[in-house]
Ligand binder design. Sequence first.
Ligand SMILES: [Zn+2]
Length: 486
Amino acid sequence: MVPYDHMAFEKKELKKKSENISDWYNNVVLKAELADYGPVRGTMVIRPYGYAIWEKVQEILNSMFRTKGVENAYFPMFIPMSLLEKEKAHIEGFSPELAVVTIGGGEKLADPLAVRPTSETIMYTMYAKWVHSWRDLPVRINQWNNCVRWEKRTYLFLRTLEFLWQEGHTAHETEKDAMDMVYTALDWYRQVYEEYFAIPVYFGLKSENEKFAGGKATYAIEALMPDGKALQAATSHNLGQNFSKVFDIKFQNREGKEDYVWQTSWGFSTRSLGGLFLVHGDDNGLILPPKVAPIQIVIMPIFKNDKDNVLLSARAQEIKEVLSNAGIRVKVDEREDPSIGRRFNEWEVKGVPLRLELGHKELESDTVVLVRRDSGEKLTLERTEILVTVQKLMNTIQQSLFETAKKFLDTNTRDAGSWDEFMNIMESTRGFIRSFWCEDAACEKTIKEKTKACTRCLPLESKEEKGTCVHCGKPAKHRWLFGQSY
Ligand SMILES: [Zn+2]
């Protein structure tokens, strides 16, 4: 039975991250009230605490989009199958995961409707209508929406039948303009991960096997999870003129000649939040980086008798006001039930970066106690020092989380010169492996069959070298990053 105060609980009720990370993950996502399972297998309800983090992501990305003139819009979720089938590689790639509506209003539909797995086809049908001259370019539209991909194995946030994301779709006069957009989007995503999520990443080109169905080239952000598996954290595609030729998005260029537009699409999904929760948490629950934490500090008066309780409550409100006036996201927890210890646990599970304790002793000495979620460190300070200290600690925690994750990424990125070495790493620690690869699709498939690992990306900064493929021994020009993926 779920007890009445199911939110608050003893620490021993929480699964340990150090023992079984996937049990811990499911447990913590539910207990921290980030999400819950929906009635349809593989679907997820994002609860207010989890959704607040997604809203933070929206805020951050929207402000980046505006710097490049990207505007938000909305397109329908139903895509006629006939439209989806226009681009052959695209439909081939997506058909195994499609959800299709065949009956509408009690009648069988002549042209069944796919529930969007992504919006290229429906958006570009409209772009063809709107673009005529170079003066209509560039088109830079983003939409925040939901998509459906019928996945067989699902995990909360990391892989769900329906997910939320933003998909940006642009059309340009030249391929150079399009590539600028591809790299800009990729860099926005890197910033969200590194500067806000405190997760260091690799970014680069995907192999032909791993690229977006129908695109010319895919660039991706890759992050490392604590179990040594890689998470494809966001993607940015150069679509070339593949879609514009199929969807007939033509324009008269500056020389008066007819040409097809050059296109890009790029997306960042709720999957990223799964990565965020996995990377920083510990045996006591989540640890949220201050920059994206819905609550940055929780103030907890510790009540004892009626007379002092009134004073404690007033003091807590005063402190709250000072902090929130400075833009800090504060919550005062004055509940009498459950016990203070259980409520401490509850906020720890939710990953709130700082806890401020206020008891009778503190009231008398005009001090407070601050506790860091990431390190457990406790400090007593004068009331007048609160604001400055909290601001400073937010930065310290944000930075310290990044540094810990960076150290983990560096330690778990290894060079493998031989196939034996490659296999040993994948069978033991996993993580990223940097190795020469011949860039042959069949070779990559065999590597995947043998080790479950495939290429994650060719890092953008990597240079051309002379080497031999770690698996087949054929000549190779680049060192690719390999990993097992989620
Ligand atoms: Zn090879």
